[in-house]
Design a binder for this molecule. Structure first.
Ligand code: GBH
Length: 437
């Protein structure tokens, strides 16, 4: 059922694991800046050291190899390669070349994300994702990465989770630049799409033969009841959360209902037709980060969408996200119906739970079960001929969980942040046994 080249892998991102925030000419990112201010991150923690993967990567790849993990999704730190977002820092390029060399020695294939949220702070100063030239700046960064790393990398993701960049950074305010302005957030979402599309097109123009696409955080939406109002609210929420990001890239337009709402209530003009044509069909695959489902009911409290998420019991992880493997099946099924030929990857899936060390071991049975139940869904999807090419677990290591700091652990490998000692958890041993089978 699993073809030989089905990719079993693990996933991380640069800011969450590397540390070495100022080493070898690295510039400051918006996350360095944000996490150094008080009251932004749980316990005022930051990614200065994190898992010190910057120095310990040989040890980390050895663990990966021992577990039989042959595919690794990671991200590049833009400010290592270009400290101000524009000018090149050779030491950053050399670092990643050494890292890719080390992976190669261990038989591990990279799947590389260009942007996992750590924008150069110098670019934020000139408007960041709101700057009208940001897509050209991003294209230039992408081009430098393609030129320097294509010797090692033939699978790229431009941007990780535009929804989070938009809503964390410009609506909720729990992520940098912590702006609270919905209208501006939507302009950012469009600029992210343009940036993605430019990176995609330059890659193809440079004649590389690899694959390049985007990763979206998708949540299957379930209506709370069959009541007409609930059904309609669920549809609108689905457009807000999922389709706003899927449609421009895979269909060339923004979903209609929500566009109408944005027009009426936020005075948002529709985006230029030529730009939408430019964005259309610029992804060789769809990367999906799946963690949970959302149940939506009608509510008159929410003035913008008339929607409200409801919790209905069941099991929840430490993040307060519902454990719902069937939701992954629904998501994959719906997507493969709408986009029958599109190659799909699960680029993240995993769970945060508290871990306890017992005689040097970590019996993280709940994380193990979470993984097992979701892999069962992957099997079912393959049996039903869904075009799924790979599954990447979040995460390889415990790491800096953004505004939750180090309080939430997602790893299948435990990190003792005092000693930087790594311990493979039971979930890691379990995943290893699945891969080897
Ligand atoms: C991923 O984001 C990230 O790519 C990764 O860096 C991170 O460490 C990992 O997940 C774990 O958090 O309905 O308001 O509760 C996941 C993003 C997950 C975004 C669930 C929105 C629900 C929001 N998301 N989520 S809410």
């Amino acid at each position: 059922m699993f073809e030989k080249d089905f990719e079993w892998g693990v996933s991380t991102s640069a800011y969450q694991i590397e540390g070495a925030w100022k080493k070898d000419g690295k510039g400051i990112s918006i996350w360095d800046e944000f996490s150094h201010q008080i009251n932004h991150i749980k316990n005022d923690e930051n990614g200065d050291i994190a898992c010190n993967h910057y120095e310990l990567y040989p040890e980390d790849f050895k663990i990966m190899k021992d577990l039989g993990i042959k595919n690794y999704r990671m991200s590049l730190s833009w400010t290592r390669i270009m400290p101000d977002g524009v000018n090149i820092n050779q030491k950053g390029i050399i670092f990643y070349k050494k890292l890719f060399e080390e992976m190669k020695k261990n038989g591990i294939k990279p799947f590389v994300t260009l942007y996992h949220w750590d924008l150069p702070y110098e670019l934020q100063k000139i408007g960041g994702w709101e700057n009208p030239n940001i897509s050209d700046i991003f294209e230039n960064y992408a081009k430098i990465c393609f030129e320097n790393f294509s010797e090692y990398v033939d699978k790229w993701i431009t941007i990780n989770e535009p929804w989070v960049i938009v809503n964390g950074g410009y609506v909720g305010g729990d992520m940098p630049p912590a702006v609270k302005d919905r209208k501006r957030s939507l302009i950012v979402s469009h600029n992210l799409n343009l940036s993605h599309a430019k990176a995609y097109k330059i890659y193809k123009k440079m004649n590389y033969k690899g694959k390049i696409g985007i990763t979206l955080n998708l949540v299957p939406i379930y209506p709370y009841s069959k009541d007409k109002k609930d059904l309609e609210s669920a549809e609108i929420y689905d457009e807000f959360f999922n389709k706003w990001y899927i449609y421009p890239i895979f269909k060339g337009y923004y979903p209609k209902k929500i566009s109408q709402i944005y027009k009426e209530k936020l005075n948002l003009n529709s985006f230029p037709e030529d730009e939408l044509n430019y964005i259309k069909n610029t992804s060789d695959f769809l990367g999906i980060n799946y963690y949970m489902r959302t149940i939506i009911k009608y509510s008159s409290e929410n003035k913008l969408f008339n929607t409200e998420p409801v919790e209905i019991g069941g099991e929840y992880t430490e993040m307060k996200w519902e454990v719902y493997p069937e939701g992954l099946y629904k998501l994959l099924k719906d997507l493969s119906k709408e986009f029958p030929k599109m190659p799909l990857y699960i680029t993240e899936n995993g769970a945060a739970y508290q871990d306890e060390i017992e005689n040097g071991e970590i019996h993280d049975i709940r994380r193990l079960n979470y993984i097992k139940e979701h892999i069962d869904v992957i099997k079912k999807a393959k049996e039903n001929n869904i075009n799924l090419k790979g599954y990447y677990l979040w995460s390889f290591l415990d790491n800096f969980e953004w505004s939750a700091g180090y309080s939430k652990r997602f790893g299948i490998v435990y990190i003792d942040y005092k000693t930087q000692k790594r311990i493979v958890k039971d979930s890691g041993k379990f995943y290893s046994s699945i891969i080897k089978k």
